[in-house]
Design a protein around this ligand. Sequence first.
Ligand SMILES: [Ca+2]
Ligand SMILES: [Ca+2]
Ligand SMILES: [Ca+2]
Ligand SMILES: [Ca+2]
Length: 230
Amino acid sequence: MITKAVSVALLLATLMIALGTTRQPVQAGAGITLDGNFDDWAGKPCVSDPADDAPANLDIILFCFVSDFDTEEIYFMFQRIGNSLAPTDYTIRLDINNDDDYNDPEDRLIQIKYNLSNAHSMVDVTVYDGTGNYLATVASKADWGQSGRDGGSGVELGMSWTQLGLTPGVTAAATMDIYSGNMVDILDTPVTWTPADALGYVILGTIIVCAALYMVYRKRILVSETGTQS
Ligand SMILES: [Ca+2]
Ligand SMILES: [Ca+2]
Ligand SMILES: [Ca+2]
Ligand SMILES: [Ca+2]
């Protein structure tokens, strides 16, 4: 006869097995959970990209990133216009040695393959160096993107600094941007980041403000040259 205590133990064991085999969202640092829900990106540093400068499903409109200096991890999120269930590729480029060239061995290319259905997403994330050599698979069929029924607008992803060739404690400036498809849309305003600097968050904010001021300056120049508001 099975005692009550044994019954409870069996129930708990069954629950543990069930939980162990259930797909759980990845709990990540910097307040970001990699689950395809972008509510946790509120207030994080982002740069926008103009709408209508690429075909709808490839048209990037937002690129965000945040780093966790305790766990030495970095997280990215990007969104596009349009909702297509067609697989779409994106690449985040990092000029790790900050020489205005993304093709050095020190540089990194993060390839993101965004596959989605109405119910969920399957995201592959692979890291290459700047010359195209394979380095690491960060995710395979991870549910890190928005599903079709939730909007199908984008992906969040994360990885360690070392996967990007960044040495903790060593100051390095990285410039990054993102492009979709076969460079159909490129982030118009690349961002610069100093990962070993605890003020990196502030530095990015400064760059975003400078970029905004520059756009206002350009617009004024355009107005004065043409005499009309663009
Ligand atoms: Ca999330
Ligand atoms: Ca765009
Ligand atoms: Ca470089
Ligand atoms: Ca663009």
